[in-house]
Design a protein around this ligand. Structure first.
Ligand SMILES: *Cc1c(COP(=O)(O)O)cnc(C)c1O
Length: 414
């Protein structure tokens, strides 16, 4: 039995995982009932209907915040936060090089310039020391990405921000109900931005949301107007005077309706993902050649995915061989996350945010070259990403652990 176990499936041995992973329906009767109610309102406009308002007030209650604003996507939510914070032409905004491009788009639409800080090698979140080292007199904000459900180190980040008078925008697109020392991420900085695209913990098809953490009504009004063409819709009056440029990022009642039903499932989804991810770590910690997805003690990660790193010096295989062997054991996985750090994208290499222009890059001396964030680059070269899902069973996790252990043991340098 033991002999048989040790022979990798890729070499003709038996697979660790022989049963399919747990699956389930993320939408049900609750969403259908909300959608029917939305349609029966005879309007799908957020300001006339009640669904987006309800979605926001449920979210506010769950997060303990007074104000939030709906948006059409997570990308839009981040742009709204930046616009409301007054980030503008030529400002520098420090952010993470391992993220979805939605983190960066709003920065460039404000004609501000993304500056990349390096990451912690084990949490994959921004290293506060690197943030501070990138501050210049142009720096106006930090967009903190809480990657994969794991909180960034917010205390030192907030301290640096206060010292240098920077706005802090939390990108929580991958981090619902993630806790930093007990506090929910998205409530610590000036704004918290969430995405409800179809790949996140909860889905409204597409959608997003911004919390306004000052709790000030005036800030709420500015934020709200920035998502709605600068229309000031408060109480019964509508003020259309155009003082500033603002896009139309409105959420429809259909999305709000689905959001209400999805929010009711959020705690269960996050609790299961947290338990599953933490169990993987428990099962592979101290395994030679493997560095688990590190969560600082006192924090709660809700694992949008699980990402371990291989120590190639401790193993006799390449990352690709490790991944293929694990796949053959019946454990799905991917090499890395995004293919490369975002500053290696053509947009940054060619300095072309807009067709036929080098604006706003030409306003500043910021450059983007290989080696800018060595730890981030190294993470992407040695990481293996494992999907985590709330529908997975305890057995699925047990077998994921057994698969990783089997492959790591086979390839361990002796
Ligand atoms: C998904 C995501 C976004 C963008 O959200 P969309 O709703 O797709 O626009 C931004 N940042 C991060 C970290 C994300 O994962």
């Amino acid at each position: 039995m033991l002999m048989n176990q040790e022979k990798l499936a890729i070499h003709g041995g038996s697979k660790v995982k022989t049963t399919p992973f747990g699956t389930g329906q993320r939408f049900g009767e609750e969403e259908v009932a909300e959608l029917v109610e939305a349609l029966n309102q005879n309007t799908l406009f957020y300001h006339f209907g009640g669904k987006v308002k309800q979605f926001l007030s449920d979210f506010n209650a769950m997060y303990g915040v007074r104000y939030s604003v709906a948006a059409s996507s997570g990308t839009a939510a981040i742009h709204v936060a930046l616009g409301a914070a007054g980030i503008t032409v030529g400002d520098e905004v420090i952010t993470s090089p391992i993220t979805d491009q939605g983190t960066l788009i709003g920065i460039l639409y404000q004609n501000a310039i993304p500056v990349f800080a390096d990451l912690d090698p084990h949490t994959y979140n921004m290293d506060p020391q690197s943030i501070e080292a990138r501050i210049t007199e142009r720096t106006k904000a930090i967009v903190v990405v809480h990657l994969a459900g794991n909180p960034a180190d917010m205390d030192p980040i907030m301290e640096i921000a206060r010292k240098h008078k920077l706005k802090v925008i939390e990108d929580c697109a991958q981090s619902y109900l993630t806790r930093y020392k007990g506090r929910l991420v998205g409530t610590i900085g000036d704004y918290g931005c969430f995405s409800t695209n179809d790949f996140k913990h909860i889905s409204t098809g597409d959608g997003g949301l911004v919390t306004v953490n000052s709790g000030e009504e005036a800030d709420y009004h500015v934020t709200h107007a920035f998502a709605d063409k600068n229309y000031q819709r408060f109480g019964s009056s509508v003020q259309r005077d155009l003082h500033y440029l603002a896009p139309n990022y409105r959420m429809t009642e259909l999305q709000g309706a689905v959001g209400i039903a999805q929010l009711k499932k959020l705690e269960t989804i996050c609790e299961r993902r947290r338990r599953h991810g933490d169990r993987v770590t428990e099962g592979i910690k101290n395994l030679p050649g493997i560095q688990p997805h590190h969560v600082e003690s006192g924090n709660a990660c809700t694992y949008w995915f699980y990402m371990l790193r291989v120590e190639l010096g401790e193993l006799t295989c390449s990352r690709t061989e490790f991944c293929k062997a694990l796949e053959a054991e019946g454990i799905p996985n991917m090499e890395g996350y995004i293919p490369d750090v975002v500053y290696m994208q053509p947009l940054f290499q060619n300095r072309t945010a807009y067709r036929n222009s080098h604006y706003p890059f030409e306003l500043t001396g910021v450059t983007y070259e290989r080696g800018l964030c060595p730890e981030a680059e190294s993470i992407l070269q040695t990481a293996i990403r494992l999907p985590i899902n709330e529908f997975y069973t305890e057995q699925d996790i047990t077998e994921m652990i057994a698969g990783i252990r089997k492959v790591a043991d086979f390839y361990r340098k002796r």
